[in-house]
Design a protein around this ligand. Structure first.
Ligand code: PEP
Length: 250
């Protein structure tokens, strides 16, 4: 099974609309590499302009969160229907910052995954352990609980389309990245969990990214591992030249 590698930039709470459109104009061409999918996950305010800016390119646009309900009294929230209406392709779900600061749970992650598919938006589901969990030897246990919860109730057809991002929390924004071999070990394990939940054809189809201080100078190392299908990148996705180098390095 050949999986298309996917590089996704997570801009977090950075960039105004004019900065975002200028970014896309700069990465056109350079970040369009045959056989690699390139996604920018931007703040909600930038999404309409970005969907417009990427027209005619192979670059895709993602959101960084969504609510599981279609609409309702949820002040400040954005639904899958609203993302679909904008033409957004991907949505990050369960990023560790959302789990830590906005009370995201395994249950809400699962509800959001189902809702994303309902509205034709592909979820990028983040899983990963805290430093103390790693030190206690619990990395795989944590990833098991989070992965199984995220996939709960999904058909095999939908499960195949999920993108998982394995992001050890201690590596996010710290400059301390997992070694490629360690990332491969956990990502191979996550793939085996998906095979146990479904079968090997589903496990072989799911793309699993590594995330955590990925930079242009280490992306190729991760991509050399058999189960690593790309990267979810925060800091190094914010500058056009660096983003282009990440996509080209994949
Ligand atoms: C992230 O925000 O998902 C991330 C991996 O950030 P960084 O690349 O900056 O570690």
């Amino acid at each position: 099974m050949t999986r298309t590698p996917i590089i996704a930039g997570n801009w977090k709470m950075f960039k105004t609309v004019s900065e975002a459109t200028a970014f896309v104009n700069e990465i056109k061409g350079g970040a369009e590499v045959a056989g690699v999918e390139s996604v920018v996950c931007a703040p909600y305010t930038c999404l309409p302009a970005l969907v417009e800016a990427v027209k005619g390119t192979s670059i895709k646009v993602g959101a960084q969160n969504m609510h599981w309900e279609e609409n309702g009294a949820f002040t400040g929230e954005i639904s899958g229907l609203m993302l679909q209406d904008l033409g957004v392709h991907y949505v990050i779900i369960g990023h560790s910052e959302r789990r830590a600061y906005y009370a995201e749970t395994d249950e809400t992650v699962n509800k959001k995954v189902h809702a994303a598919f309902k509205y034709g938006v592909t979820p990028i589901v983040c899983v990963g352990e805290k430093l103390e969990e790693r030190e206690a030897g619990q990395t795989k246990d944590v990833c098991k609980v989070q992965t199984e919860a995220a996939f709960a109730g999904l058909s095999a057809e939908l499960a195949k389309q999920v993108v998982v991002a394995y992001e050890p929390i201690w590596a996010i924004g710290t400059g301390k990245s997992s070694t490629a071999a360690d990332a491969q070990d956990v990502i191979g394990y996550i793939r085996s969990l998906i095979a146990a939940l479904y079968d090997s054809s589903v496990a072989d189809a799911v793309r699993i990214q590594y995330g955590g201080s990925v930079k242009p100078n280490n992306v190729t190392e991760y991509m050399g591992e058999q189960d690593i299908d790309g990267a979810l990148v925060g800091g190094a996705s914010l500058e056009p030249a660096s983003y282009i180098a990440l996509v080209q390095g994949a």
